[in-house]
Design a protein around this ligand. Structure first.
Ligand code: TYD
Length: 136
């Protein structure tokens, strides 16, 4: 069965000195962490990440500021607004996703299950639809 994108809460250690959250691979997110990257200094109105992955799973957190992650499963599109660092969006493989509406000074952390591999990308939406249909 095709997995769904899902918002996941992270541990939150409240402290008068400042709060703390953390992520353990295979525990708080359902995959082992192979790579971490982040997107920052996004000019107003820009979009990032209009593509899908054949294998990679990922978890996206708004470490600072806010942005929307638009997830398309080939049939329907859902928008997730991320604006706190104590939860994030788990996206299993094979979803078309893009990030938009970045606020000023926003910082998007992406935790990935694979190393960067251009051959895992599907960058054409029609090819993505074909991939999904052949897979299901
Ligand atoms: P990409 O994932 O294509 O971002 P977007 O879909 O938002 O344009 O990444 C942009 C470029 O950055 C890509 O051509 C290669 C490089 N890159 C790496 O070298 N390593 C990485 O881990 C990532 C995510 C990107």
């Amino acid at each position: 069965m095709t997995k769904k994108a899902k918002l996941l809460n992270l541990p939150k250690i409240l402290d008068v000195r400042g709060n703390l959250s953390f992520i353990e691979g295979g525990n708080h997110i359902p995959f082992e962490i192979e790579r971490v990257y982040w997107i920052y200094d996004v000019p107003g109105g820009e979009q990032r990440g209009g593509h899908a992955f054949k294998e990679q799973h990922e978890f996206i957190v708004a470490m600072s500021g806010s942005f929307d992650v638009v997830v398309n499963n080939g049939n329907e599109e859902k928008i997730y607004h991320l604006n706190r660092s104590y939860y994030g969006l788990y996206i299993p493989c094979c979803k078309w996703r893009r990030m938009e509406n970045f606020s000023t000074n926003s910082l998007a952390l992406v935790i990935a299950s694979t190393r960067y591999d251009e051959s895992d990308y599907i960058r054409d939406f029609n090819k993505f639809k074909t991939f999904i249909n052949e897979r299901d």
